[in-house]
Design a protein. Structure first.
Lengths: 303, 306
């Protein structure tokens, strides 16, 4: 590039403001390149992660892989049935616990609580803090209080489900509050003016108006729950179980746990199975996220 | 006409009061959860300090709970160092990338580009950490660090775990920082443009300082995620308590120790069992402080502009 061209380029970059130097324009362009490469790194990272497990795991994906039970001996026959069933059960337990508790808390904080009272402020700060507690610490709570100690359930399905539910409860509360807050006050005032009680207003107007946002938040929280490994490791989920859980008090395993165990296996063929299980986990997550996006677009209220 | 303010309760008003109590109880459960976390951590931690002097724990530089007799030592410093060191590597990667992405999204990106970039970052944030761990162990360490850069690192090393953890916290930092910068009122930008500032000057000298408390909150939140990260570190960095500064060696973090220790089916009440809680309590306190500072900072910038 000749000097004249560069000067021309600098002029078009800087517009009409006089006195802008060529150096400033170059700095502006350099910064743009920096920002775009930062964004590109995130894209490359995500792309590399997906390409890695997809190319490793595609070869093992088959109906048999999904329906067979894990094997510690013969990699070719090892499947993930007990892990998939365990993950689905965990998700159901989690949803049953988290939906009522999360929505009730959100309704209380948005519709009833006086934000100037110290106990309401404490609840709010507390929820924000709980959202930042590392997941492994929830595992410790599950181990000390649910698996052993006061509840002494043992390392069973219900213990894993409750632990995951406590872990994602703050997320559900935060998202549900946002959805409830998005319902304009005029809707509430109209309902109250017609003689509805506060609860009738919430039940008939506020909750139906925010249900899409709440459902989206719940699905996203559940997709976080089923990807969690650390709390289930601490709670004591089983590995390579050759049976499905047959009740809340049954031993269980889950997809992340099986992936963890196979990734650590010295036998390369088992590591490949881990990649196959990651493919299945990611497909489940993708489906859940698509449902969440669809729900948001289809049912979201525009006020 | 006079209103009777002390109406006798009707069935409906009793029901309304009942609902209120039920909702409040549900909200109270989150406080109970916190109390249970603190309670269960403290209970065994106090027992632990009955057997191990607190000074030996906090300042000891040898972490060998698996040994017996004179070889056994409970100095937590190597675990804390491993945690902070790997988090530092993660932040060295994530802070520039996250902040540059945030500035781009908030100040530069045209709408249609933002519509692509934001979902990609959300997708990255939604990938389970076990998948990051698989990637670090089976691809990044052997194929990138060894084949491309020829570092000759071992299977377990702090560099791979730290860099991939940077990728993991990048979306957190980018999205919180972007929120902070988007909250800066456009009148500040317009004022600067009116005085002849360039886009770069507006972004770095006006918007960035104006959003600083939110940006710092984003960094702290990212640090808190890195400090608590478990499976990725367990898979990629290994389980060696280490005080060195050589990133190609294996390291153990507090969270990774907890997960590894709890997996072995150890008897309740044994010293091995108590170590889980002592280390868990230490981790909990560190992340709690980080989170409280970050919550306070976020509230501060909200008060200024909204």
């Amino acid at each position: 590039m000749t000097g004249a061209q560069m000067a021309a380029a600098a002029r078009t970059q800087t517009g009409v403001i006089p006195g802008r130097t060529r150096r400033e324009a170059a700095a502006g362009n350099g910064f743009k390149v920096l920002m775009l490469s930062a964004v590109a790194m995130a894209f490359i990272g995500l792309g590399a992660i997906i390409w890695d497990f997809a190319s490793d795991g595609a070869s093992v994906l088959s109906w048999n892989f999904i329906t067979n039970f894990p094997s510690r001996v013969i990699p070719e026959r090892a499947g993930i049935q007990s892990a998939i069933v365990g993950t689905i059960y965990l998700m159901i337990i989690c949803a049953v616990l988290v939906v009522p508790l999360g929505v009730m808390t959100a309704v209380y904080l948005e519709e009833y609580a006086d934000g100037n009272r110290w106990y309401n402020r404490m609840i709010e700060v507390n929820i924000q803090n709980l959202a930042g507690v590392p997941s492994v610490v929830y595992g410790i709570l599950g181990l000390a209080f649910i698996v052993r100690g006061p509840l002494s359930m043992g390392p069973v399905l219900l213990a894993g489900g409750i632990t995951l539910a406590l872990l994602v409860l703050p997320v559900v509360i935060i998202v549900a509050r946002e959805a409830i807050r998005a319902v304009p006050p005029s809707i509430r005032e109209g309902s109250l003016a017609l003689g509805a009680t506060q609860w009738q207003t919430i039940w008939k107007q506020v909750l139906p108006g925010s249900i899409a946002g709440i459902a989206t938040g719940v699905i996203l929280a559940l997709s976080r729950a089923i990807g969690e490994t650390a709390p289930l490791l601490v709670v004591g989920a089983g590995v390579s179980l050759r049976f499905n859980p047959d009740g809340l008090d049954s031993s269980f395993t889950a997809l992340p746990i099986q992936i963890f165990a196979w990734t650590q296996d010295p036998n390369e063929e088992f590591v490949t199975r881990a990649a196959g299980a990651i493919c299945v986990l990611m497909i489940i997550l993708l489906l859940m996220n698509s449902i969440a996006i669809w729900l948001r677009n289809r049912y979201e209220q525009k006020w | 006409m006079r209103f009777n303010l002390n109406r006798t309760p009707t069935a409906r008003s009793r029901f309304e009061a009942l609902i209120r109590v039920a909702l409040m109880a549900a909200a109270g459960l989150s406080v109970v959860t916190t109390l249970l976390i603190v309670g269960s951590l403290l209970f065994e931690t106090v027992e632990f300090f009955g057997e191990v002097p607190i000074g030996d724990y906090l300042f000891g530089t040898k972490w060998t709970p698996q040994f017996a007799g004179a070889q056994q030592s409970f100095g937590v410093v190597p675990l804390v160092w491993g945690t902070l060191y790997l988090s530092l590597i993660a932040l060295i990667v994530a802070v520039p990338l996250g902040l540059l992405s945030a500035i781009y999204l908030s100040e530069y990106a045209p709408n249609r580009v933002r519509k692509v970039v934001k979902p990609v970052l959300e997708l990255l944030a939604g990938v389970p950490t076990i998948v990051f761990g698989y990637f670090a162990l089976t691809f990044f360490t052997p194929n990138v660090l060894n084949d491309v850069f020829g570092l000759g690192v071992g299977v377990f090393n702090g560099l791979s775990a730290g860099i991939i953890m940077g990728l993991l916290v990048l979306p957190t930092i980018a999205s919180v920082a972007e929120d902070a910068m988007s909250a800066v009122p456009s009148s500040l930008r317009e004022g600067a443009f009116g005085l002849g500032a360039s886009k770069l000057q507006v972004s770095l000298r006006i918007v960035f300082p104006a959003a600083l408390s939110g940006i710092v909150a984003a960094l702290i939140l990212g640090a808190s995620r890195a400090v608590g990260e478990t499976v990725l570190v367990l898979l990629a960095a290994g389980q060696t308590p280490n005080l060195s500064v050589n990133p190609t060696e294996s390291y153990q973090t507090m969270a990774a120790f907890i997960a590894a220790q709890a997996r072995g089916d150890i008897p309740t009440g044994s010293i091995e069992y108590m170590t889980i809680f002592a280390v868990g309590f230490t981790l909990f306190v560190i992340t709690l402080v980080l989170n409280l500072v970050s919550i306070r900072l976020v509230r501060k910038y909200r008060q200024v502009y909204e």
